[in-house]
Design a binder for this molecule. Structure first.
Ligand SMILES: Cc1cc2nc3c(=O)[nH]c(=O)nc-3n(C[C@H](O)[C@H](O)[C@H](O)COP(=O)(O)OP(=O)(O)OC[C@H]3O[C@@H](n4cnc5c(N)ncnc54)[C@H](O)[C@@H]3O)c2cc1C
Length: 470
């Protein structure tokens, strides 16, 4: 679906001014080029007026000064892998494509930090630091394409979040460009720092609505000595979630604790042509422990025992990276395998207190029947993060209506359980209608005032986070 765009902003003189800042070849205005920057992973679409590829903080600043003076919307864009329509330019204007600002500026091995430009791909940073015996834990499943700037703007999480936390736990400092074009350096290059309000944390997860992240200072850790992966197959989800509880009770914090429900397993099995998955598998847990070799061995053994006692019908374990990759095959195949069920999915990332996962899964099974819609669930069990996939077809109007009603009920139920409507993907466009239901009116009002203090002309990614379409 294409959003009907508001107003066309670009006069030829403005385009020329921007071409002078960045160079002609870094400014796109042909419709066929604009289409490539009109959507993200949701499939929502809207054409911008212009796509601009700045290559320095100064260029970003000069572009924002012009945009602010003329009140032209600016939408920062990394890889466009977001799941909430965050980069979709629904009010036209300029898409500021940051992918070409992709230098790893510095890796400081003694102070355990890296300084990078926003367009650096997550996986590239991981590989670079790992080659030096260091470790950058945030690992969204999109790490092969997503940028660090996008990760910061969405506060991306990933499978390792249970033990290591999410992006905000690794951002020490930022160079940002405010909507006025002012360049500010916030945060620190030190392990600690408590001077003034924590603007760095405010920027992390702000989804491009407060300014542009132009440079990022990240905390690094030493690379764990060893990692072991355990894949356990259970006859049903109840036994799998009970096992998650018993692992946590045993005081082991795995780096990764992923689960797949029966439907996710069925999809993957069909996609992989069996893939060594036993008949009547009802759920799977993929568990990874890392650290010193002897600790890893001891913890993995304990986890295998807990899985066996908890009713697992098959347990596989691997330490070499090639063998571990084989155990990851089913988990990695989920997304592509879902395309076999239906052309589109609504992918939500609700999160509940870990102990409420069984209740949440039962609720989702009930709603699947109530709304006659296929729902596939998988996610990060350690974090209580459930990736709820409502399998839909945009051509089927009735199915879409049922999906949206189901979604509203899912959000209401998750909030009743003490959860949140988004553990990873953010609000963007898709969830802006629901945010107030979670955070409440007064908090919403404060957030509007914060947005207004940074961006009184509302040029930064307008229409995201704050719902304005009623
Ligand atoms: C297959 C798949 C798997 C995924 N798995 C995960 C996962 O495990 N965990 C997870 O958290 N997410 C996941 N995602 C969602 C997505 O990859 C993340 O939200 C990611 O952080 C987005 O990065 P990006 O570079 O694609 O940003 P974009 O999609 O380009 O932008 C996302 C938001 O950030 C803003 N933005 C981007 N760059 C900047 C900048 N430099 N300054 C200011 N604002 C900026 C944009 O305006 C937008 O609002 C997944 C997506 C896909 C398609």
């Amino acid at each position: 679906m294409f959003y009907i765009n508001f107003k066309i902003y670009m006069e030829n003189s403005l385009i020329r001014d921007i071409q002078e800042i960045c160079g002609k070849e870094r400014v796109l205005s042909a419709t066929e080029d604009l289409i490539c920057y009109s959507f993200d992973a949701t499939g929502l679409k809207a054409l911008p007026d212009l796509v601009v590829f700045p290559d320095s903080t100064l260029q970003i600043s000069q572009i924002l000064k012009i945009a602010n003076a003329k009140k032209i919307p600016v939408v920062p864009r990394g890889a466009g892998s977001g799941y909430v329509g965050g980069t979709v330019p629904i009010q036209r204007g300029i898409v500021l494509a940051l992918a070409k600002m992709n230098k790893i500026i510095e890796i400081d091995e003694d102070n355990l930090l890296a300084v990078v430009q926003p367009g650096v791909i997550n996986e590239r940073l991981q590989q670079e630091v790992e080659s030096r015996g260091l470790f950058y834990p945030p690992d969204p499943a999109s790490m092969k394409i997503a940028t660090i700037g996008g990760n910061v703007a969405t506060c991306a999480g990933g499978p390792r979040a249970f033990k290591y936390g999410v992006t905000k736990d690794y951002v020490l400092g930022l160079q940002t460009v405010l909507p006025t074009g002012e360049i500010i350096n916030i945060g620190v290059r030190t392990a600690k720092g408590v001077v003034g309000y924590d603007l760095t944390k405010l920027f992390v997860g702000s989804e491009g609505t407060l300014g542009v992240v132009a440079q990022i200072t990240l905390k690094l850790l030493p690379k764990p000595e060893s990692t072991r992966t355990v894949l356990s197959v259970f006859p049903n989800m109840n036994l799998a979630t009970e096992c998650v509880a018993s692992i946590v009770r045993s005081r082991i914090i795995p780096a990764t604790l992923e689960y797949m429900d029966r439907r996710a397993v069925e999809c993957v099995k069909e996609y992989l042509g069996g893939g060594d998955i036993p008949e009547k598998t009802g759920a799977m847990l993929l568990i990874e422990v890392d650290g010193p070799e002897t600790t890893v061995e001891r913890e993995a053994k304990k986890i295998e025992d807990l899985c066996a006692r908890g009713g697992a019908v098959k347990i596989s374990s691997a330490v070499e990276s090639r063998d571990r990759e084989k155990l990851w095959a089913a988990r990695r195949a989920i997304s592509p395998s879902l395309r076999k069920i239906s052309p589109t999915k609504i992918n939500e990332d609700v999160t509940v207190p870990r102990t409420k996962i069984p209740e949440a899964i039962r609720m989702l099974e009930r709603l699947e029947k109530k709304y006659s819609i296929t729902i596939v669930n998988f996610g990060h069990a350690g974090d209580g993060n459930i990736h709820v996939n409502l399998m839909v077809d945009k051509a089927d109007v009735d199915l879409m209506k049922r999906a949206h009603s189901a979604l509203e009920e899912i959000f209401t139920e998750v909030l009743k359980m003490g959860g949140t409507i988004s553990g990873e993907h953010g609000v963007g466009l898709s969830k802006s209608r629901f945010i107030e239901q979670e955070i409440g009116g007064p908090s919403m009002e404060l957030q509007r005032r914060i947005k207004n203090a940074f961006d009184p002309n509302n040029i930064m990614n307008p229409g995201k986070i704050f719902w304005v379409y009623d």
